[in-house]
Ligand binder design. Sequence first.
Ligand code: 3H9
Length: 691
Amino acid sequence: MKVNDVVSYDVDGSIAVITVNSPPVNALSNAVRQGVAGAIQTAMGDAGVDAVVLICEGRTFFAGADITEFGKPPVEPTLRNLQLIVENTTKPVVAAIHGTALGGGLELALVAHYRIAVPSAKCGLPEVNLGLLPGAGGTQRLPRIVGIPKALDLITAGTPVSAKAAKEMGLLDELATEGNLRADAIALAQRVLDEGRPLSKVRDRSEKLDEARGKPEIFADFRKANARKFRGFNAPESIIRCIEATLEMRFEDGMTFERQLFNELQADSQSAAQRHVFFAERQAAKVDGIPADTAILPIAKVGVIGAGTMGGGIAMNFANAGIPVTLVETSEEALNRGLGIIRKNYETTASKGKMRMEDVDGRMALFTPSVSLSDLADCDLIIEAVFEQIDVKRDVFGKLDAIAKPGAILATNTSYLDIDDIAAATGRPQDVLGLHFFSPANVMKLLEVVRTKDSRPEIVATAMKLAKTIGKIGVLVGNGFGFVGNRILAARNTQADQLVLEGATPWAVDKVLYDFGFAMGHFQMRDLVGLDVGWNREKTASANVREILNEMGRHGQKSRGGYYDYDENRKQTPSPIAMQVIEDFAAKQGIARRDVSDREIHDRILFAMVNEGARILDEGIASRASDVDIVWITGYGWPKYRGGPMFWADLQGLPVVLDRLKALQAAHGDAFAPSALIERLVAQDKGFKDA
Ligand code: 3H9
C-alpha cells in the first residue's frame, strides 16, 4: 500500500514493513518524514501487526536530513518529532540499513529499538563536514551506545564506519546477509517478539557513560590532541560540549542543549560556507554543454611520461585505482629512481596501516617501466609530465602523435603553458587536453581538466569521469594562463611580493593568511614548494627577491633557508638574511619602506584574488563561481569554512567588494581595477552565486 509518493507499507505475517524510496539518497525530506510518520500510525492501529521494520530502497538508507530544506520554515513532523513517534511506539521497530546511514538517517536508526545492517553498509554522523553537529539527538544517543571516546572520534571526524566496526562498538545489533536485508530484518523482528525482548531505548542506557564518569581528562586530552585539526572550525568544539553534556545533564536537558548549539551553528556563516562547498563539489562534476549521453571512452591502460615527483605521483593515482600504467623516462637511472620513490611511498602508507604490506608488490606490478615512448602505443590515455618548457612539451607531443593509437587521449600536466600551442604539435588536437594535477599528485584532491578550443566532448567527459575514478575532484577549466588556480595564485604573488617591498615582513603576510584560516602563509608555502620551481639557473638576473634568494642557494625548506631559516627538524624562524635581501632590493628599486597594516595585507591579497577570480569567470575560463571556490579549497588550502574566494566575496556583499577595490585602485594602482563582472553584478543587485 502506498502511504504517499515516497513511502509504502505492507505486512508480512505480523510484521509491518515501511519502505522508503526517495531518490537519489533517501534524504529525510518533508514527504519522507510525513510518510514514515503516517505508516507508523497505521502499524500502531493495525491489530494484526506486532512489530515494524523500517527499510529503504535504492542505493542507500537515509543519507540524512534534506540539506536543501535547511533555512526553510519547519514542516511537521520535524525529524525530532518523528523520532519521538518511533521511539515511543508500543511495538518494536527494527531499522534495516544498507548503503549509508548518515546524519539524521543514523539518528533515526538510533531511536529504533533494534538495528540490523548488511556488511557493506556504513554508518556515520558527517554533520561536522557541513559545519554542523548532529541535531537530532546524535550527540546524546551515540555516546550512550558506543561510549564517550568513540563518540568523540566519530562525530568530530564525521567519517562513516563499516557495519562490522559499528556492530563491534554496539551501534548495530546484528549483521544481515548481503542481499537479504528485508528477510533478515523481519526475522530479527520476529525473534524480538518470540523472545519477548524489551522495547530497548538508547536514551535510557547509561553503562557506557558510567565508564567515562570522573575522567574529565578525556575531553581535555581530546581537545589538545586535535587542536591543529580543529583550528578555526566552530563545529568540533560545539560537538565536544554536547558530548560533555551527556555526563552533566539529564537526557532531555542534553537534547535541549544540543538543539541550542545546533541552531547556533546552523545560523553561522561557517555552516553556510560548508554547505555551499558540499553542493559546489557535486556541481563541479557536471559539465555544461556536453550532452548527458556523450560516450565515455574506456581507459584500461595509462601512460605517464616523466617519473619525477609529479609524474610518479600522477602514475600512483591510476595504480591505486587498479589501472596499469606504463611509466616512461629518458634513462634507466631516472626510471629506477622514480620507481624507488613510488615503492617507498607505498611502504610508508603500509607502515601506517593504510594498506597491507603484502599488497605493495601487487601495486608495483601495475607499473611497466620503459625508456621508450613507443611503449605507449597501446595506452588509452597518455599524460605528459616533463619539463615545463613549451619546446620540450611540443617535441613530446609531436612524437606521441606518431606513436599513440588513434583516439587515445593525449594529456599535458602543464601548469601555465598554452595547451592549444602544445596540441598544434600533433595532427589530432581534438584528442588533446590538460590534466593539471597538484603536488603531491597522489595526495591532493584537485584535478583541473583543461579543455582547449579543439578538445572533443568525449575526451572531456571521459576525463571528468576518470577524475572521480581516481578519487579526485575534477574541475573543468578553460585554456588560459595559469588556468584557474595558478592565475589567482599569480595575483596573490604580485601583492605579497609588493607588500614586502613596501614595508611588510613575509612573516606578517603569512600570519594574516594563517589567521584567515589558510594552513600556511604565502611565503611558508613558497619555501615548502621550493623557490627554485620555475627558476632558471642560466637566465637568472637578480631581477626580484626570489631570484636573488635562489642565486644565494636559498631554495626554501630543502636547502634549510628561503624566506625563513630551518633547523634540522624543519622548524622555521624568520630569516634576517632574507629580510636584508628584501630591504636592499626595495632600496635599489627606490621603494621607501613604510608601516603596512594587517588590514592592508588582508585586503590587498584577498580582494586581488577575488578580482582575478571574477575576471576568470567573465572570460569563461571557469564556468561557475563555485568552481573557482572548489579549485582554491581543494588545491590551495583556502579555509573550507570560508567557502572559497567567490563565496567569501558574496558574503561581504559585492557592493562592499567593489568599493574596496576602487579604494585600493586609487591607492595602489590598476591591479585593483574592478572586473567588469563585479561592476555588472553590483548594478543588477546580484552576487557571484547568480553569475
Ligand atoms: C543532518 O542530517 C542534520 C541532522 O543531524 C539534524 C537535523 C535536525 N540532502 O554525493 P552524491 C544529493 S545533515 C539533500 O553525488 P554519492 C546530492 O546533492 C545531513 N541532497 O552521491 C546529489 O544531488 P545531485 C547529514 C542530498 O553516491 C545526490 O544527492 N548527511 C543529500 O557519491 C547524489 O549525491 C550528510 O551530510 C542530503 N542530505 O554519495 C550526507 N545527500 O545529483 C551527505 C546527497 O543533484 N551525502 N544529496 O547533484 C553524502 O555524503 C553522499 O551524498 C552519499 C552518497 C554518501 C549519501
